[in-house]
Design a protein around this ligand. Sequence first.
Ligand SMILES: [Zn+2]
Length: 422
Amino acid sequence: MKSWQRVAVPSLDAMGHGTGERPSVHDVRRDGRAVVPAGRVASMYTCGITPYDATHLGHAFTYLAFDTLTRVWLDAGIEVRTAMNSTDVDDPLLERAARDGVGWRELADRQQRLFRGDMESLRILPPDAWVAVTERIQPIAEAVRRMLDTGDAYTLPAADAVGEGAVDVLFDTTKHRQFPVGAGSRTDQAEMLALTREFGGDPDRPGKRSPLDPLLWRAERPGEPAWDSPVGRGRPGWHVECTAIAMEELGAPFTVAAGGRDLRFPHQEMQGHHALALGAPMFSDVRLNAGLVAFEGEKMSKSLGNLVLVSRLLEDGARPEALRLALLDHHWRQDWEWFPEQLEAAEQRLDRWLAWSTTPDDDPSLSESIVPWLRVTLADDLHTPAALQAVDTFILRAPADEGSLAAIDALLGIDLRSVRAR
Ligand SMILES: [Zn+2]
């Protein structure tokens, strides 16, 4: 699928190869810090949107967190490859399309276009591969077939499906693997069960080997989209989609499995187990979870109807750079609540930075550079609030030199010169 347009990321070193530090980030699986990548090459898979509620501030905050990680990697001279999916066929999308009387493909296309535009406005670097699930039905089905062959999956009759003898395929979480289910996301049994229920996992279905077993393949139901495949006519389950796409694009283990904290269980946990079942030694080296954004006291979500959309804020006159600053003013792992005053404060901060950017650097030989300040704060678990404060302090004591302007662009994604030129 066509990704969005990539903005240029200036190099901060005269020779063009990055000399920044590799970042230390908080890994969910270790529940501690890890310097990533171990070597000079990094790969990252980010769970993408289900295109029916794009793009709210929670999405923007998540993708901005991993955009920051990518920028820090590039500055450290790391070779980076990234992939992301779009869950363009799934229950919530189908339900929304039915409710609104539109085709599910039409709804997905429209939301994906909106998302693409929002990501471009916010200057979020696009993934090297942005893959729609509907583009990869056959490889996903093939992964499910392999899990049936190895005994990692089993079938259950699907009485309400189209056709005689149709079956759903489920993943067997009771089978012994390298680590028990829940260990990777640091989740206990009661919480796992509650989250399985919350995320549509149908724990009470008769015949399941464990209530936690997720669906790998759903046989065709009347009125639902379905594809012919080696495991019957139907459509894939949510976790195996991401597993198959990530492994196809990046191999396994790749460096970082990334997503919002609400994906910690079951989604990312099951990806990890699916990958083991498919023969990978590990799905990813580390697992990163961005914090969740609340509005009016609740996590922002379509079902609660408390969405703040990026497109709406921009239509109402917010500058995208100010919105970016408002989001970067929260640490990527923190849960936080959105208040409109945060955007006002960010607009004022942007104005201060813009005013500074025009101060002449009369004697470049005397000037300081913001580069080390930004590198230090961001290498420390991507501490963007500290990086913004570093700029606030820096602009009070030094003129605007070319290197600092480039660093604010490369590492924070704010190109003050282009904002001024508008
Ligand atoms: Zn995913």
